[in-house]
Write a protein that binds this ligand. Structure first.
Ligand code: ATP
Ligand code: MG
Length: 580
């Protein structure tokens, strides 16, 4: 490809709308353009990257016995009513009607459609296991489409669904996908972690997320270097540590005046106590379809509520912090002075650490006052204890006891054991060896293709632009003649360009009549892994310069050796996978 022909309108300025690095560079490198919130055009450079990722995905799915098919994006509502999701999926589902006023939706995922297909066509255990996948457009009316391709409203997903005759079969299919996903992201040249994920209200089943490590990621993960435990903080658990071996005598309950002190740090400073000795008291609303119930939540002062754990514990559809009026009604005091002492007729859920607090401090349910020397059990009853705190770095690993670390990342893949949730709801059965009717045991497995491309940029860039991992780079090499007015330079550049193309190397020739600086900047911005610079000085010695985008390392290579050297560099980089 010639740069003069390449449809990649690069931008010098950082577009104001772009909040994250990947969004900025995708726009600046002329790879994507927005047409509406969360909806993008993919320009040729992006399309090449997406196709490379898709190719790796296809190869790994096929290796595990996956069969590719294609399902429609337009789904009749009937199927979603059958599964029960028409009503619970909420506003994220794009809904529409046809000319006969029949309801449809644009598929955000395809469990319903695939379950319907399989229930009609598969009737015997002999036809199982079945691994079916597609790479197809998904629609989700995300509440906040943002970060460019990371959270779009229309995006491509590879989704695979497994159908097995029993749980053991599902375990095998799940393991295959776990392996395939690890291979996909390794082969894309990305650093990632596999983390235990929250399974939500379905519970019980296995679920893992594949997270590309990047500071800018939306997901926070806790992990242990010692034993490889890793989990999304939404779900991460840690050992309960109880302090102090010598029992402290319980002091007498006292009322302390704390005028205007409403936050943990204000109260801790004012009373000169450690925040760990405070009992944080929050009022939540557990919301279900029709009604809601207030609940009081207690935590050690230095802790945050893990709302996902709390919601799973309560088993409600939604969870929200109560408004000031509700807090006043339940506790009799304004926000900031709530405490469990004397509360009646309300569920009080304490995190595991709370019963171990001795001589603590909590709000007195009276404006401008706190209780001091509060002892759970003596001064108030704890009826419900649960793990509802957010794990932080330094907490002890549940598996091996070492200190956990935390990092951020972007979820690019998600695998999930569904069991018989959909097959039972939709009556999808087969006949087993004994002729008994059984529901299929299912799994679902998704990879966001554009999100993977964006995550690759979040992980691989510098202040000049993108640094593509070789396996997914839009082109592997750019050839830059320093001065296109000098005939010899252009001649050598053209020859090399032809030779590289002949050798099957993906190459762009920057044939534009631009200053060298402009060409170098664009090369860095677009992120070609290798740049060949053709300048007069090296040419005199019969050499050209190869520069590695990632390290800045420069190799001076004999002209005759260029093709072989590049082939070797490219092969090596494709094989090693992720690099620092
Ligand atoms: P998230 O928690 O980020 O919303 P999800 O749990 O809804 O993700 P899944 O339904 O498991 O995601 O979808 C599988 C994959 O599809 C995700 O791992 C991600 O790579 C991709 N994906 C999901 N939602 C989006 C989106 N709005 N834009 C781009 N990619 C997405
Ligand atoms: Mg989502």
């Amino acid at each position: 490809m010639r740069m003069s022909q390449l449809f990649a309108p690069t931008l010098r300025e950082v577009p104001a709308e772009a909040e994250t690095i990947s969004h900025q560079y995708l726009l600046r490198a002329g790879m994507i353009r927005k047409i509406a919130a969360g909806i993008y055009n993919y320009l040729p450079l992006a399309q090449r990257v997406l196709q490379k990722i898709e190719r790796i995905v296809r190869e790994e799915m096929d290796k595990q016995g996956g069969q590719e098919l294609q399902m429609p994006a337009l789904h009749p509502a009937d199927l979603w009513l059958e599964s029960g999701r028409w009503d619970v999926y909420g506003k994220e589902l794009f809904r529409l009607q046809d000319r006969h006023e029949r309801d449809y939706c644009l598929g955000p995922t395809h469990e319903e459609v695939i379950t319907d297909l399989v229930r009609r066509e598969v009737s015997s255990y002999r036809q199982l296991p079945l691994l079916l996948y597609q790479i197809q457009t998904k629609f989700r009316d995300e509440i906040r489409p943002r970060f460019g391709l990371i959270r779009g409203r229309e995006f491509t997903m590879k989704d695979l669904y497994s159908f097995d005759k029993d749980e053991e079969g599902l375990a095998v299919s799940y393991q295959k996908m776990y392996h395939a996903y690890s291979e996909v992201f390794r082969r894309c040249g990305l650093k990632f972690r596999v983390v235990e994920a929250d399974t939500g209200a379905i519970g019980g089943s296995d679920s893992h997320e594949f997270v590309v490590i990047a500071e800018t990621g939306e997901s926070e993960i806790a992990y242990c270097d010692e034993c490889n435990y890793a989990a999304n903080v939404e779900r991460a658990e840690a050992v309960l540590e109880v302090e102090g071996s010598s029992p402290t005598a319980q002091g007498e309950l006292e009322l302390a005046s704390t005028p205007g002190m409403t936050t943990i740090s204000e109260v801790a400073d004012f009373l000169a106590v450690d925040p760990r000795g405070l009992i944080k008291t929050l009022v939540y609303l557990a919301i279900d379809k029709e009604d809601y119930q207030p609940v009081v939540v207690l935590l050690r002062g230095d802790r945050e509520v893990n709302e996902i754990k709390l919601q799973n514990y309560l088993g409600c559809l939604h969870l929200a912090l109560a408004d000031a009026d509700t807090v006043q009604k339940i506790t009799g005091a304004p926000v900031g002075f709530a405490g469990p002492v004397g509360l009646k007729d309300v569920r009080i859920i304490a995190d595991e650490e709370v019963p171990h607090i001795v001589n603590g401090v909590c709000g007195a349910n009276r404006a401008d006052y706190h209780w001091v020397n509060v002892n759970p059990g003596r001064d108030f009853a704890i009826t419900e204890v649960a793990d509802i705190r957010k794990v932080v770095a330094g907490d002890k690993c549940k598996v091996c006891g070492h200190a956990l670390k935390t990092t951020r990342g972007i979820e690019v893949g998600h695998i999930f054991k569904l069991g018989t949730k959909y097959s039972e709801a939709m009556g999808a059965t087969f006949l087993d060896e004994k002729g008994n009717k059984k529901p299929f045991v299912m799994g679902c497995y998704g990879i966001g293709i554009p999100r993977t491309m964006a995550a690759a940029i979040e992980q691989n860039h510098d202040d000049k632009g993108i640094i593509w991992p070789m396996p997914i780079a839009p082109y592997q090499v750019v050839v830059v003649p320093v001065n296109s007015k000098i005939e010899e330079q252009m001649k050598v550049a053209e020859e090399l360009y032809a030779a590289l193309q002949g050798a099957g190397i993906e190459v762009v020739l920057d044939d534009r009549d631009e200053r060298a600086g402009v060409k170098f900047n664009d090369a860095d911005l677009i992120g070609f892994p290798l740049r060949i610079t053709i300048g007069s000085r090296s040419l005199k010695e019969g050499k050209v310069e190869i520069k590695k985008r990632r390290t800045g390392e420069i190799l001076l290579v004999e002209r005759e050796q260029v093709v072989a050297t590049l082939q070797e560099l490219i092969r090596a980089e494709i094989e090693i996978g992720a690099q620092d």
